[in-house]
Design a protein around this ligand. Structure first.
Ligand SMILES: [Zn+2]
Length: 295
């Protein structure tokens, strides 16, 4: 099998040399899609001939003429694939991403169109759940989208409650994950930890009662007094950074929206030492993810 061409790096001049036309992008998608071999989407047959257009494949048995973008997040995108690739590149390589307003200005698209595509990108940026946090992990909750003062426990009105887990490593911090939850209950906190944190990790939380029953599953869970935040400096700084970023860009307040932004934030944050592969990984996920229809 031929090795596919992979774009690595964050250099926009190199990016522009690699992707000059829509054809370059469709080729990139086709190579990812059929990297492990061809399998007809309709009948499962493995033999094909060239399809009606460049990089299309036609099934020899059922004659289905398959576009490389069919069944991917690039299906029926309302603008050129070259623009789509540029948007993905900007969102992964710019430290703070790009708002839909900035995207609409730069690429001369309607803001709603940008919003729809960015929403797909954020879906693809969600954690794969294959690399749970390890070692020492701090966990805390915070509110977004409303006044700071809020009684602990549950979200109300427009405010959304978010739980965050952050790896504490020698001389600094490691990866992090965050999720929108309804209540800071043992059940919801437990579901979050099980998804994103290794059972062997030393989980450190404050003295909120919601964490206490979780010691059964996370045997190294410790609850320590917050001491006015002194014991949780790193995670509080991380929370401040997320809040500052969200304040600058988000307008809608639905749970799904906030989750999308949290996914976006941590996709970049968790890969700050592997920036070279961020673009290719995201395109790969967008090709492998089933398309999302926006009504
Ligand atoms: Zn077929």
């Amino acid at each position: 099998m031929e090795k596919r061409g992979i774009f690595a790096g964050v250099n926009s001049i190199k990016f522009n040399q690699f992707f000059k036309t829509d054809e370059d992008c469709i080729k990139y998608i086709a190579e990812i899609k059929w990297e492990e071999g061809y399998n007809c989407k309709r009948c499962g047959n493995k033999k094909f001939i060239k399809g009606s257009k460049l990089y299309f494949r036609r099934c020899l048995k059922c004659k289905y003429d398959e576009s490389p973008t069919a069944g991917t997040m690039f299906d029926k995108v309302k603008f050129s694939l070259l623009i789509a690739f540029h948007i993905v590149f900007k969102i992964v390589t710019k430290k703070k991403g790009m708002s839909t307003l900035e995207l609409s200005r730069e690429f001369q698209l309607r803001q709603m169109t940008c919003w729809g595509f960015k929403w797909k990108i954020q879906k693809a940026m969600a954690s794969s759940l294959t690399n749970p946090l390890q070692g020492t992990v701090h966990v805390d909750e915070f509110f977004v989208g409303g006044p700071e003062e809020q009684k602990r426990g549950r979200a109300k009105g427009d405010k959304k409650l978010v739980v965050l887990a952050l790896e504490i490593i020698e001389n600094g911090v490691g990866r992090a994950y965050a999720e929108v939850i309804e209540h800071a209950s043992s059940k919801e906190l437990g579901l979050f930890l099980k998804k994103h944190v290794s059972k062997d990790a030393t989980v450190i939380a404050d003295q909120w009662t919601g964490y206490t029953p979780l010691k059964k599953e996370f045997s190294k869970l410790e609850q320590v007094a917050s001491d006015s935040g002194k014991n949780f400096n790193d995670i509080h700084l991380h929370i401040m950074n997320i809040k500052g970023w969200l304040r600058g860009i988000h307008h809608h307040c639905s749970k799904e929206h906030i989750q999308g932004y949290l996914n976006e934030y941590h996709y970049r944050y968790n890969r700050c030492n592997h920036m070279g592969s961020m673009f290719d990984l995201l395109i790969k996920r967008m090709v492998e993810n089933s398309p999302i229809r926006l009504n």
